[in-house]
Design a protein around this ligand. Structure first.
Ligand code: 2P0
Length: 349
């Protein structure tokens, strides 16, 4: 019996995305439907990314998953949703009598290996890249096509945006079944070649309150969040898309900083409050505003997710000077608490 021929496997990578209009709050916990639309920039493939290999064989007795080398429970509901939805697409192909679907039996089990090249759960969008990568890799392995962003969304909301490169919006959608809660590319990465992203790693520690639990408490307790979703985000999405289309950095940067600040304000308005920023984060905010004030122009913008690490958006001509300024105010590795930095470029030079 030949035991080598009956395993097939596929490896793919998916990059992290960093939101400039933030997603925070669900209207449906199971389907992962948000209370507002959001918009992000997907980083470059070779930077912060997840890599996933999925193998499929008639010999596998059950589905299994390993994350960063350690086997995890496959029966997590979100993982099961992604597997179920992908298999639903395989069945759909089959019923359409597509001969390609017969290559793999639906009863075949999968083994999944996934790893990140950056700290998990430090507010660096690890679940976004992870689920986007899982869904994409499964789709390649099983040769299925369809609205894959709605499947990635059911793994982790922000994952749907990592299904596309460049500037991506996640439409909140109106439907109860979530079919219109999809990601869409606004512009490809090539649209704005001067744009750069710096990640200032303040802490690689796990965050105290995970995003899923945090946003649930915010939805339950914060009236500011409700105001934000209904009265602020719709207009801000339009303005942000216009700023991106026009490559207007000053508007893009200002909206990005205001949106980050409002997201963290909703965290403070949550009861009990959630603190993701720390003293180093706040010093970075101060430094960016002083830098921009010096030039009387928004040349640099910060944004913070569910953790203290800063992500900086800027333009190519300002990168080296701003990095020097950061090095001056945050001398690297003088002690464990200090900021060390990593320069992540969004586009190829
Ligand atoms: C975002 N964040 O838009 C926002 C900004 C964190 C702050 O999406 O429960 O990990 O898996 O849907 O996607 C983090 O939330 O939450 C997030 P789930 P997710 O990037």
């Amino acid at each position: 019996e030949d035991t080598t021929q009956d395993i097939i496997f596929v490896t793919c990578t998916a990059p992290v995305n960093i939101a400039v209009v933030k997603y925070w709050g669900k209207r449906d916990e199971d389907l992962i439907l948000p209370i507002n639309s959001s918009l992000s920039v997907t980083l470059h493939q070779d930077q912060l990314k997840s890599t996933t290999t999925v193998a499929c064989s008639a010999r596998f007795k059950e589905d299994r998953i390993w994350l960063n080398g350690k086997e995890e429970n496959i029966n997590q509901p979100r993982l099961q949703s992604c597997l179920r939805e992908i298999r639903r697409l395989v069945r759909k192909r089959r019923s359409n009598r597509d001969p390609g679907a017969d290559v793999l039996s639906l009863s075949h089990k999968v083994h999944i290996c996934s790893e990140n090249n950056f700290p998990t759960a430090a507010g660096l969008a690890s679940s976004a890249a992870g689920y986007a990568c899982l869904v994409y890799t499964l789709s390649r392995l099983l040769s299925v096509e369809g609205e894959l962003s709605t499947i990635a969304r059911q793994g982790s909301g922000s994952a749907c945006r990592s299904m596309y490169g460049g500037f991506v919006q996640w439409h909140m959608g109106m439907r109860a079944d979530g079919k219109d809660s999809v990601a869409e590319q606004v512009e490809p990465e090539s649209h704005w070649p001067e744009l750069r992203v710096l990640v200032l790693v303040v802490s690689a520690e796990r965050k105290p309150v995970g995003s899923t639990a945090g946003m649930q408490t915010s939805v339950d307790t914060s009236s500011l969040l409700k105001h934000r979703a209904e009265a602020v985000v719709p207009g801000r999405m339009d303005e942000m898309i216009q700023a991106i289309r026009k490559r207007d950095f000053s508007t893009f940067g200002e909206l990005t900083m205001k949106d980050s600040n409002q997201f963290h304000a909703t965290c403070l308005d949550t009861y009990p409050p959630i603190f993701y920023l720390n003293d180093v984060s706040r010093r970075v905010i101060g430094l960016v505003h002083r830098y921009n004030r010096h030039y009387r122009e928004t040349r640099v913008a910060y944004t913070f997710d569910a953790g203290p690490n800063a992500v900086i958006y800027t333009l190519q001509p300002y990168v080296s000077e701003f990095v020097q300024v950061v090095k001056h105010f945050f001398p690297p590795e003088t002690n464990g608490e200090e900021l060390f930095y990593q320069v992540i470029k969004l586009c190829c030079e």
